[in-house]
Design a protein around this ligand. Sequence first.
Ligand code: XMP
Length: 508
Amino acid sequence: MDKILVLDFGGQYNQLIARRVRAEHVFAEIKPYNRISADEAKEYKGIIFTGGPNSVYDALSPHIDGKMLELGIPVLGICYGHQLMAFTKGGKIGPAEGGSEYGKTEIFACDNVLFGNVPPKSVCWMSHTDCVKELPAGFSVIAHTDKCACAAMCDEKNKLYGVQFHPEVTHTEYGKQILRNFIFDICDCSADWKMEDFIKDSVEKYKKELAGKKVLLALSGGVDSSVAAVLLHKAVGNNLSCVFVDHGLLRKDEGDYVESTLGKELGLNVIRVNAKDRFLGKLGGVTEPEQKRKIIGEEFIRVFEDEAKKLGKTDILAQGTIYPDVIESGKGDSATIKSHHNVGGLPSVMAFEGIAEPLRTLFKDEVREVGEKLGIPHDLVWRQPFPGPGLAVRVIGEITEEKLDILREADAIFREELDKCRNDSPCSQYFAVLTDTRSVGVMGDARTYGYTVALRAVTTDDFMTAEWARLPFELLEKASGRITNEVKGITRVVYDVTSKPPATVEWE
Ligand code: XMP
C-alpha cells in the first residue's frame, strides 16, 4: 500500500491535509517533524511538509535533517514547509515586500505538473508574513501572486515542490486538484487505500497494544463513542466494558435506546449507571457554561473510576474523541473555544494506565463511514451529534429537574416534526434550548408566565463552521404550535438565525 508522510510543523490544518489525501484513497500518516529520521521516511511514496506558526530564522523554529530532501522521494512543502524547504536548500526567506497576505488571493500559475488541470489564474488561500526571497539552486518559480513573487516553486529534477498557499483548505479553488497532482502524477501513488484499511489497521494495532488489558469505554450513545466502542470490541472482545453514564441530562427516551441498540443489538457489554442525582447535585446553583462543562467532565471520570473499581482491575480508559474536539479544545496552538468534555475537562490525575482514542484523527463524516463499514445500524450512525455535557449546555443558567423535563418535551416535539420532512429540509443538527428568559403569554382568557424555548437547526460539513438552516415557516409554525400547546411551562418559541461563527452551535 502506498503511503504519504505528512510531516507536522505545528500548523492548524495538518489533519486536513491527511484527510484530503485519504479522500483520494491514499493512506496518509502524520508524524511530528522531529520523530522520524530520513532513513525511516524511505518507506513513503511522498512527503508533505505542513505549515506552522514559526519563522525559519527563529531560534526555536523547527528544522529538518537536509537528508529528508535528498531521498529521491517527492516532497511538497506547504506554507512554513515551503519556506523551510527553500531555507534548507540554501535559499533566503524574509518578510514579503508587499506585506502579509491573508485570505483569498488571486494566483497565477505556470505550466507545471503540480498545476496540471489548474487554470493559469485562480484563487488560493494565503496566510503568511514571510516568503521565499531567494530561490535555492536548481529551483524555479512556478506561481506568483501580486504580493508574493514565489507563491510556488519546484526543483523538478529532484521532485521537490513548495507552495506558499494552503491547497488543503476549500477556499483554494483548485486545492484538491493540486494535491491530486502531487499524489498521483508526482509521487505515482495508487489509489488503493480504503476505510476498511483504517479499521483493519486500528484493530490490529489495538489487538497488540491492549493485549490482556481491561478497557473501560465512556459510552455516551452518540455516533463517536458508539463507533469507537464497536471498533475496540473487535480488537479486545470481552475485555471491553462500555460504561454508559446516564447523567440525567439525556434527551427523551435516549437512555433506553442506547442500552438496547448497543447492548442487545450489537452485543457489547454495556453497563448503564444511573448517576442523575450525583450530577444534578454537583450542578446545583451553577450557571457559568465552562464551569458546567468542567464539573460534568470531572464527574464523568469519577463515575468511571468508581465503576472501574467495581469491575476489578481496569487499565485503559477509551473515548470517542474525534479530531474537531481536539482542535476546538485548544490542544496544540489553537485557542480554547469550549472545553469539550471528552478532551478539555479531563482531570489530570486518573487511576488509569492510559487512554485509547481510536478516532482521534478522523473527522465526523469519516467516523460515520467507519460506523457503516462496521455494520452499526444506519439510524445510529446517522444520528445527529449530541454534546457530552448533554442538556446541561442547552438549559441556560441554573439546571433544575423541572427545566430539564420541559426542555426534553419541547426538544422531542421539534425533532419529531423536523424528522417528518428531513428530506426537504436537510440539517446536520437540530434541537431545542431552554433559555433563562420568561415572558408573558395568554391562554384561554388567562395570563401565563413561562419559559422561552429557542429552536436551533444548522447545516454544516464539519461542525467547525455552520449555517443556520432555512427551515420552512410551516414547519416552524407546526413545532411552535405543538410546543406551546403540549408542553406546560412554555409561553414563547423563537428560532435562532445565527451561524457559526460568530455563534457556536450549542448555546453554552
Ligand atoms: P459548538 O457548540 O462547539 O459545537 O459549535 C460543535 C459541535 O460539537 C458538539 N459539542 C460537543 N460534543 N462534547 C462533545 O462530544 C462537548 O462537550 C461538546 N460541545 C459541543 C455540538 O453539539 C456540535 O455538534
